[in-house]
Design a protein around this ligand. Sequence first.
Ligand SMILES: Cc1cc2nc3c(=O)[nH]c(=O)nc-3n(C[C@H](O)[C@H](O)[C@H](O)COP(=O)(O)OP(=O)(O)OC[C@H]3O[C@@H](n4cnc5c(N)ncnc54)[C@H](O)[C@@H]3O)c2cc1C
Length: 374
Amino acid sequence: MNVVVVGGGMVGAGVAVSLAKQGHHVTVIEAGKAAISEGDWDLRISSIHLRNVEWLQELGTWSNIRPQRKFMYTDLAVQTLDGQRLNFSNDDVDALALGAMVENNALQEALWEQFSAHTITVYSETRVEHFDLADRSVTLSNGETLTYDLLLGADGAQSQVAKAAHIGQRGWDYDMRCMLAIAEVEKPLPAATWEVFRSEGPYALLPLSEHQACLIDYRSEQQWQEFARNSEAIQQSLNNVFEPHIGKHTITQFASFPLRRQRALQYISHDSVALIGDAAHSIHPLAGQGVNLGFADVQELTRQLVDQPLSQALINYERIRMQENQQMMRAMDAIHVGFRSLHLLPRGLLALGLALVDKVAPLKRELVRKAIGF
Ligand SMILES: Cc1cc2nc3c(=O)[nH]c(=O)nc-3n(C[C@H](O)[C@H](O)[C@H](O)COP(=O)(O)OP(=O)(O)OC[C@H]3O[C@@H](n4cnc5c(N)ncnc54)[C@H](O)[C@@H]3O)c2cc1C
């Protein structure tokens, strides 16, 4: 089958390699340049859960990722400011780790390195100028026309493929920003990621090495406006938040990202078009699930295409993935709203939930397994 993938980000590159390994003829069209991982950690980092680490190992990608840009973690904790805490550890599920922090660029680069081995054709710095969905062809900005059996929109939240297929999107801005910073930390850090919930929005730490971490601080747009892009004030605020947890540290770079929730109303169209990854669902990053859901889409689509006609495979893909992705989006919203609520009841229930889960071993084990993708 001829597959054209629009978007060569982590999910687009992942689906390209996965389908090429299944024997399909795959072409990737990417508007940007090929990702290069070099120098210090880039700010765009993903927590990849264990199931997807294993999948990337099966795909042959994991060993290609620069060793300095992936870091396995064994523990995960969530807590409230008033001290209710829930700890998960690899021992809870008899695994070597719960997942890994990976630089997005390094992961994308590792996937792209596999393109030539699987004879995947890639057009970088190229866009689709014209879609003829009835005729199953696309005309590129370099003038070439490609025909396809399956067109995949892996082109992120502003998906051009979704627009061309008249697939509606529903979403809203959270009116929040996520500040990301890379910090050099004096005291050695455990291989543990943690998140603290407070009413302004959570803050979290992703370990990147024994002495490096990615610090994450979510604040309302209004609070960020108050910082008035004053980088000293921002660094001071980050230091105030994180120093009690990690001691002396130096921030080497930081940036902030607006947060938006969005979902496609359909994942498929024309018996030959499917959306995948952020093109289909873009989710609050508070639980680090975005690209994990995208990789789960890739695995389901690949599974469905094994032994049935394309149209049936797409119907099954949409049914299974839409349900799971929406469940996760609703869960993120409940946590987001619950902890930000001014009302004691939702906040109290969530805090009570943390304490209860920590004490009920089978429930805790089930939750950890879910969090790491099983
Ligand atoms: C602050 C923050 C923290 C996050 N942390 C995590 C985390 O810890 N764990 C996790 O799982 N997820 C996390 N995410 C989410 C994760 O980054 C996204 O889910 C993921 O990047 C989506 O990958 P994608 O390939 O679907 O889309 P994108 O990364 O958006 O890639 C789309 C690609 O398509 C290309 N493109 C766009 N339009 C076109 C076009 N018209 N033609 C050709 N190419 C095009 C783009 O150049 C890009 O390369 C986080 C997100 C944010 C904002």
